[in-house]
Each structure stands twice: as C-alpha cells, then as structure tokens.
Design a protein around this ligand. Structure first.
Ligand code: 5GP
Length: 291
C-alpha cells in the first residue's frame, strides 16, 4: 500500500490558510453574537452565503439562540435526526422545515422572508435574472402552475407544474393560488402554500410572473416588493423579440403590441431596473431585496 503524504504547503500558503481560518473564526463569532443579542435570526445565518458561515456547525448556531443553549439544541437535533456534526450548508430542505417547526414550538420567531415579484415585458430577460438567483441561499424561486404544454427540456415540478385545465380550475376553486392570470391563451398561477413555508424559513421568495399577476399580489400583500425589469430602450426590446426566430410575423406583431401595454405598467411597481447587464442588475436586485 502506498501512503500519500499530505500536500506540502509553502510558507505563503500556510500564512494564507492561517489568515483564512482567522477570518472564519471572526465571522462565526460575530454571527453567534448577533443571534444572541437578537440582531439577526438563525435563518439569516442559514441564508448567509459566506463560506465561513456555510461551514459553521448547526449545533453552534442553535446553542446561540437565547433560551435554547447547548443541551436543548442537542435534544432538538436528536429529535429531528440531524447529525451533531452537520454544518449549515449541508442542511436539507426537510431538516430546515423541521428546525423551523421546533423553533416555533420553542416560541422562537424566525424573521419572515420577503415576497419579491419580478415582472416586465416579454423578451426583457426575466428568467435569466431569476436563474442567476437560484444558487443564492437567501432566495427561493417559486414554481408556478400552468396549463400550457411543456417546451422541450422543461421538467414538471422544476420549471412549472404542468396541469390540465380541470386541475388548474380546482386550484382556483379551493383558493390555493396566491394569484393567477391568463397569458397567450394559457393560465399561469402561483401556489400559495410553498410561498408561505419558505418565507417562514426566512427565505426571500421570488415570483417571476406577468403584470396582471403582479397587480394581484400587490392587492393581497401590501408589503410585497414589486420590481419591473425594463429593456435599455424600446428598439432593443423589438430587436430581442425579433431574435426569437420561431415566431410567425403575426405572432411577433402580437408580442410587440403586448409588450407596449406591459411597458406602460412600470409606474405600478416599487422599482424599475434596466436590463443592460445581467450581472449588474442581479446585484441591484439583491441589494434591494436584502435592504
Ligand atoms: P412562458 O410560457 O414563456 O414560460 O411564460 C409566459 C408568461 O407567464 C411570462 O411572462 C411569465 O413571467 C408568466 N408567468 C409564469 N408563471 C406565472 C404565474 O405563476 N403567474 C402569472 N401571473 N404569470 C406567470
């Protein structure tokens, strides 16, 4: 058997590793302090994208909550089958939900996440922007229900829930949709229950929906943050819509007419962000959402 020796670090590499460890310790101590004094909730820490915090042990986090302490934290984790060595970044969705339930039993109120609506004319790049937020642990992207047929590559339960007209109607009748609207001959709607669950876990929930649905959300929830994505110019939007080569001339004309109506709705939103550069826009969006 050959034994592979540990990699030899140069002096500079060892210094860099020591410095990184020092920063991690400082970040973790700061997060624990902030939880203890009630400046942040444990869900803010769970949603913190910093590597130093993602690698923090769940037990350390729970123990910092006022009134919980190490013994109770250990009990909670045992009851929910969470390994004592589990780190924050390794918590699964079910474990997160279980923790939320435990904390509400313990009367520890996690801060609810925001409801953020992203809307704007077709062709403006809404879905590219939402996809860019998918890897950020502070956000959860809602999955809509629709009656339209799946496009090539789209997966049921991931891109949309693809439902029959009848099933969609049942959701409306049983009041299970936060909003719904008809668009280009199909119906689209946001299931309410997951939005509530994820907000209770402290995640900011993103809905990427058309204008009419955005207006309904505003009527239901005055605290929602409505963001309108606009193209750099009308000509640029026309160019982007024309770029969708699959449309017939009639279909393209209909899309443009609709886009004109959609652009007129910008005034109903809390903020308008111009999609010149996706990365810059996502950064603006994150700072608005987490402000
Ligand atoms: P597509 O069929 O191209 O995926 O989506 C068509 C339009 O429906 C897009 O503007 C999209 O933002 C919107 N949409 C997607 N899901 C929902 C939803 O749950 N509610 C509403 N109102 N619009 C949605």
């Amino acid at each position: 058997m050959t034994i592979i020796p540990p990699p030899k670090l140069t002096h500079e590499e060892r210094l860099a590793a020591l410095e990184k460890a020092k920063v991690s310790r400082r970040d973790r101590a700061e997060v624990k302090r902030a939880i203890t004094v009630g400046e942040i909730t444990i869900f803010d820490a769970i949603n913190d994208p910093r590597e130093s915090i993602r690698r923090m042990k769940v037990i350390d986090l729970l123990s910092s909550i006022p009134g919980v302490g190490k013994a109770r934290a250990t009990l909670i984790m045992e009851r929910r089958n969470i390994s004592p060595t589990r780190r924050i970044g390794g918590l699964g969705q079910l474990q997160l939900k279980a923790l939320s339930k435990e904390l509400s039993l313990a009367k520890v109120d996690p801060m609810r996440g925001k409801l953020i609506v992203i809307s704007g004319p077709g062709g403006v790049g809404k879905s590219t922007i939402t996809s860019a937020l998918r890897s950020d642990p502070r956000f959860w992207i809602s999955v809509s229900a629709t009656t339209r047929e799946p496009r090539t590559g789209e997966r049921d339960g991931v891109d949309y829930y693809f439902y029959t007209e009848e099933r969609f109607q049942n959701l409306i009748d049983s009041d299970e949709l936060l909003e719904w609207a008809e668009f280009a001959g199909n119906r689209y709607g946001t299931p309410s229950a997951p939005v509530e669950e994820w907000r209770n876990l402290g995640k900011h929930v993103i809905l990427e929906i058309e204008i009419e649905g955005a207006r309904q959300v505003r009527n239901h929830d005055s605290g929602a943050l409505l963001i309108f994505i606009a193209p750099p110019s009308w000509d640029e939007l026309v160019r982007r819509l024309a770029g969708r080569g699959t449309d017939s001339p009639e279909r393209r004309a209909a899309r443009l007419a609709l886009a004109e109506q959609e652009m007129a709705a910008a005034g109903d939103f809390d903020a308008t962000l111009i999609n010149e550069d996706v990365e810059a826009l996502v950064a603006q969006l994150v700072s608005l959402a987490t402000a």
